[in-house]
Write a protein that binds this ligand. Sequence first.
Ligand SMILES: CC(C)(COP(=O)(O)OP(=O)(O)OC[C@H]1O[C@@H](n2cnc3c(N)ncnc32)[C@H](O)[C@@H]1OP(=O)(O)O)[C@@H](O)C(=O)NCCC(=O)NCCS
Length: 152
Amino acid sequence: MVIITNVTEADLPKVYEVEVESFEDPYPYSLLKAYYYLSRELFLVAKEGERVLGYSLGIIQFGYRGHVVSIAVKTEFRERGIGKLLLMELERKFREYKCTYSYLEVNYKNIAAIQFYNKLGYKVVKLQKNYYGKGKHAFIMVKSFIGDKGFE
Ligand SMILES: CC(C)(COP(=O)(O)OP(=O)(O)OC[C@H]1O[C@@H](n2cnc3c(N)ncnc32)[C@H](O)[C@@H]1OP(=O)(O)O)[C@@H](O)C(=O)NCCC(=O)NCCS
């Protein structure tokens, strides 16, 4: 059975494994550890026993914006609903912290992730040029928790 729960320090090496297999430019381990100390309430893992199948990580910005910093699921476990569980639980926490919307950046070429976010109710609001480096653009995507309003 897959459960969504808060990350523990012992999970971090396994989260890093998911990170490395999921991204071309993975976050360094030290950054994941820093987020663990900074924002562990919003650092979630999908676990089956002691295995980490995926993670989601958020922070609260300006006191009202939930920022999805990262989300990833191990390749062999994708398209089974685990990413959705991880994002929905992160959004539930954003709401609990009184955020009015959820916000994220996604590589404009990452079609799988864009479709995933679309399915979960996110809309593209902006193209942020060179966000990940020269020629590596990002879409800004948002999802309001309070109807059409709620964005900056
Ligand atoms: C994006 C990611 C986290 C999605 O996780 P996942 O567990 O495969 O997603 P789910 O199975 O929960 O899918 C949820 C919905 O998104 C859709 N979806 C997921 N992957 C998709 C894909 N590759 N193409 C089209 N739709 C997709 C599913 O069809 C599903 O829709 P449904 O609810 O109508 O069935 C996963 O693909 C991943 O780890 N990618 C690499 C890391 C990454 O790019 N992260 C995003 C960085 S911004």
